[in-house]
Ligand binder design. Structure first.
Ligand code: PLP
Length: 417
């Protein structure tokens, strides 16, 4: 075992664990080693307390009431919006639409902005996208005869930027890319691509589901027009996500769901729309979970996102080194830690990833196995599935060591060692 030390970045991941009660539990009699953070992160006590506090002191519906509880609930809900805008350096909280998750945020853009596209228009995606940033555009292409194009990948799992000039044209209306691959870990040069997209007259949609929780993300500096991410991958509750947008673009968009909250005036056969962002938030929103998200952002701001990235960069470098040294694993994605976020996908050629994940679970180690909602990428990599270990602020070298020991033990279990 490697001794745990405060990382060079200035916070001690092991000390942080005391703030995440679930990390104290045991699984199959072993301490939990949680390495499934790309699927969802664990929640700090501050978030759990905020959730309880909301329901025990301030629960009411938002925006419509004048009584004290309604005003408190509205203030907490709107505070979530303001805090998200600040966290990603968005120009205006009016550009932050509170939705259920990153998936819903991308669907909102594809349906609403997408409604302005037609025959012959093109949407540029990539071969490394999550289904959340593929299927909404496939649905749009079916409805509106839009053509989908895809940036190919290089052999080491990066976007092949040499192909960009031939794929971007005056027909390209939308470029939608992940800032960080949930399978390869690749961090994409979004600012550079956004500049090229804008020169071609397209809008830039950024899937920030894996980047916002793990590195500094500056909506304005990126040159993004739309940015999607989920609270539950950012140490917050499930059921809340965000579409961060340039307000002037939202102003031009039609709502995709009708009902209460999103209207200005309704007659029997006619309605007009509320101001942005409320126009896109039909019905009673997920107030409690939105109210409980800011403490997660407080924690990340306390650590500093540059420090969070430095910690995960160091740890993924260590994981790559140790996993590569085993000698039998196929590792996917760029091999240098500077180019990738804190996750590693791997395949043991002789053990199916599901079997591997199951054996690791018996050692208390949680990793994900499967296609990771990226079937086209699996096809591109020529694998049916991979196992994936994904890191967070509370992981350290001991967790990586435990994973390596588990992988060795799995070989013994299957009679391969
Ligand atoms: C890159 C990427 N995009 C989008 C999503 C979808 O996130 P959610 O399920 O929270 O909507 C995920 C989830 O794994 C992801 O990894």
């Amino acid at each position: 075992m490697t001794a745990t030390a405060t990382t060079a970045v200035g916070f001690d991941p092991r000390a942080l664990r005391a703030r995440f009660p679930i990390l104290a539990r045991r699984v199959h009699g072993r301490p939990l080693v949680y390495l499934d953070n790309a699927a969802t992160t664990q929640k700090p006590t501050a978030v759990l307390d905020a959730l309880t506090s909301y329901y025990t002191t301030s629960n009411a519906n938002v925006h419509r009431g004048v009584h004290t509880l309604a005003e408190e609930a509205t203030a907490l809900y709107e505070q979530c919006r303001t805090r998200v805008a600040r966290f990603v350096n968005a120009p205006d909280p009016r550009g932050v639409v509170i939705v259920r998750n990153a998936t819903e945020a991308i669907n909102l853009v594809a349906r609403s902005w997408g409604a302005t596209l037609g025959d012959g228009d093109e949407v540029l995606l990539s071969e490394m996208e999550h289904h959340s940033n593929l299927v909404p555009w496939i649905m749009l292409a079916r409805e509106r005869h839009v053509t989908l194009r895809h940036l190919p990948l290089t052999a080491d799992g990066r976007l092949d930027l040499a192909a960009l000039p031939s794929l971007l044209s005056r027909r390209t209306r939308v470029v939608a890319l992940t800032a960080m691959s949930n399978v390869l870990g690749t961090i994409n040069p979004i600012a550079e691509i956004a500049a090229a997209a804008h020169r071609a007259g397209a809008v830039m949609v950024v899937d920030g589901a894996q980047s916002v929780p793990h590195m500094p993300v500056d909506f304005t500096a990126l040159g993004a027009d739309f940015l999607a991410f989920s609270a539950h991958k950012t140490y917050g509750p499930t059921g809340v996500g965000f579409l961060v947008a340039k307000p002037e673009l939202l102003e031009r968009m039609e709502p995709v769901a009708g009902g209460g909250e999103m209207i200005r005036e309704v007659r029997l056969d006619w309605a007009s729309w509320n101001e942005i962002p409320h126009r896109f938030e039909a019905g009673t929103p997920n107030i409690g979970d939105a109210a409980a998200f800011p403490p997660a952002l407080d924690l990340l701001e306390e650590l500093g996102m540059a420090a969070v990235r430095a910690h995960e960069r160091e740890l993924v470098g260590y994981a790559l080194e140790r996993l590569r040294a085993l000698g039998w694993l196929q590792l996917h994605g760029p091999m240098d830690a500077d180019s990738r976020g804190g996750l590693v996908s791997f395949v043991d050629p002789e053990i199916h990833p599901h079997d591997l994940a199951q054996v690791l679970d018996t050692y208390g180690i949680a990793v994900r196995a499967g296609h990771h909602c990226a079937q086209p990428l699996m096809r591109r990599l020529d694998v049916a599935a991979t196992a994936r270990a994904s890191l967070a602020i509370y992981n350290d070298r001991d967790d990586v060591d435990a994973l390596v020991e588990g992988l060795v033990a799995a070989r013994t279990y299957f009679g391969l060692a």
